[in-house]
Each structure stands twice: as structure tokens, then as C-alpha cells.
Design a protein around this ligand. Sequence first.
Ligand code: GLU
Length: 428
Amino acid sequence: MNAITPIPSYLSEEHLGPWETYLAQIAEVAPHLAPELRPWIGTLTAPKRSLIVDVPVRRDDGTIIHFEGYRVQHSLSRGPGKGGIRFHPQVTLPEVMALAAWMSVKNAVVNVPFGGAKGGIRVDPKTLSLPELERLTRRYASEINILVGEEKDIPAPDVNTNEQVMAWFMDTYSVNQGKTVTGVVTGKPVMMGGSLGRRDATGRGVFVTTLEALKKQGRTLEGARVAVQGFGNVGEAAARLMAGAGAKIVALQDETGTIINPSGLDLAAVRAHREASRTLFGAPNCEARAAEDFWSIDCDILVVAALENQITEANAGKIKARLVVEGANGPTTPTADAILAERGVLVIPDVLANAGGVTVSYFEWVQDISAFFWSEEEINARLDRIMREAFASVWGLSETRGISLRTASFLLGCERILHARKLRGLYP
Ligand code: GLU
């Protein structure tokens, strides 16, 4: 029996969600896996454990409103679950399943001793006041309390969650345990068990893997034209580090607008404008563009650091960049992936490109449980080394097997997971 759920061919791209994208990626890597590991592949195509919770919140006006929340542990074969928590109006169970599965693969690619997990609440946090957001976070933390713990499953920030949300989560868990447990979440404020370098870590990983890919292509960042989708934790840091290394950020897009300047945006000015007016539109020294024009902008490198399903059949053919770097999880559909490959566009996949965040999360967890904190220089040097080594392993596999960087990343990651799974064996 085939353990891989096939994707019905009558389903067109627009009906395929992130979980189907993940299954297509597993189907792609399956024939390349060592034969002795293949019998275990079914452990990758179904999450180990999924929890759906009701999160009731008392609003400031006294009324009670309910949200649906999730925590999925995809694989725990290599260690405790690890992965962020997302607050977004489009969060669904299959999306969280896919995000948890990508965490399993990502953690194995950079070889940190974690399984893969993810959580989320279907909520638009912009509609909540700060006290409501705190109550939402604390109730959600209590509801998923049965799954989390510093040795069981360790959440972190993701889309629309930040250091403050992690501080509330850590406090709620600690109050219920009767002791301070800093290691239950990562991405905390530095003054209460967080790690130096964590805030920029995902963007830094994007930056380091981009440099490695450019080296392979005999190019550098000096003068390279970069378009960035997403100006949150990942996109902002990646753009800033690339600009610092001589690149020109020629276009930026987020949910509030699309702006361009072919001679390079002034990022500090854009950041100040975005913070003050909550939109990219109207930032100094740039022109506004329609959202769909973003994909055909003249650039050498495209960084996608927003959400899933952004590069699709509809726009993959328009992309001018020769290098696409996935700062977000699952930004490219399988059809778009094939179009980019056909056109010779190199894609650094999410499970490699954005693994810097969880790598420094691992450092934070180690620092918390050993109560011994490292300098930012040590953290960045260790992060850079792990990212460069992971890139080299993936690149080597891609060359020797004649497969894409995505399939090579999946090969490296999935074989590590399945080896652990096979060694641990099936109980009973
Ligand atoms: N949410 C981030 C990711 O998707 C970080 C996860 C973590 O640090 O645990 O990789």
C-alpha cells in the first residue's frame, strides 16, 4: 500500500493548501530516500498528534468571544516538539499541520535536536486591544498546557506573535507550574531569558544562505537589486542586512502596499514611516505600485518573507530574479516551483533559508536550561557556521543527485528524521 496520500489530479492549484503542498514535496523526495527508510515514510505524511482548542476571551466591554486554536506535533522522533505560534485570521488545522511538518524537516536540516510542531489561533489580532490579546494568549497557553513543556514542546514567535506574547505564555505556564520555567518558549525578551541575536536570527539566516548561493553563482551582494515581500521580523532584518552588505532594496511589499525605487529604498526612512503611519504607502523617495506588479519588478534576488502560496502558477513566469529566497514557510506552490525550475531560477527553500530563527531558538533553549548566557558575537558566529554547513550539505546533495535544492533539503532532513524513527522502532 502506498503510504503517501496522492493529490487528486482534478484539484487545481487554487484548491491546494499548504498541507497538500507539503505532501507533494514528500512525494517528490520519496524515490530518493534510502530504501531501508521508505517503510517509515508514513510517519511523515500524518502528524503524530493534533490538538484543537476553544479559546474563550472576555472582551473589554464584558462580552465573551470564542476563537479556535491549535497545536500540532508533527514528529517527535529527534527530540521535543519545536515551532512557533501564529495569530492570523486564515489559520486552519491543515495549515498548522503543514507548518509543523516543515518545522520537523527544517530542524533536521540544521540538525538541531528537535522534532517539529506548530500552533496558531484563527484571529485577527488587530481587532483586539492589548489586554484582550494578553487574555487570549494566556487562555490559549492554558488550553495547550497538556502538550507543552521545556522537555516536551517549545513554542516560539511566528506571524503576528512577538516577544511580549512569549513573555505572557512563559508567565502563564510558570504560574501553573509554581516555578519560573524560562525554557518553555523561545523568542522571549532578552531581559527574561531570551537570547541575544534571536530577533534578527531568521533574517540573518536568509542573508547567510543568500551569500552562499551567490558565491556558487560567482556573484556578490554588492550592487545586487533585491525585492522583498514582507516587512515583518524576517523581511525587515533580511533587507537591512543585505542593504548593509551593499545590495539595493528596489521593492518592498507587505499587506499595506507595494513600493519601489530602482536606485534603492532608504530602509530606515521606510521603517520610520511604516511605524508612524502603519502603511508602506507614502514612504519617502519611492513610488507606489499595484500589488500584482510586484512580481514582474526588475531585480536580481527575490526574498519572499510573508505567507504561504504567494508564488503561484499565475506569477511564477513573470519573476525576473535569478535567485528566490524563501524567508516565509511554504511561499511557493508545487506548480510554481516547477515553472521556476524550468526557467532556471534558483530557489533556496524555506526549510533551509529560514532555519536561522529556530537555530537561535535552540541556542536560547540551551542557555535557559544551563542558566548560562552567551555573547551576541558567539551566537552570530555559531549561527553563521550552522547555516553555511547546512547550505553546503544541501548543495552537495543537489549536485550529486541532480535534484533541486528543495528536494535535496527534504532528502537531508527526512532521512535524518526517518533514521531516528527507525532506530527508536515501533512501540509496542
Ligand atoms: N516560527 C519560526 C519558524 O517558522 C521559528 C520557530 C522556532 O523558533 O521555534 O521557523
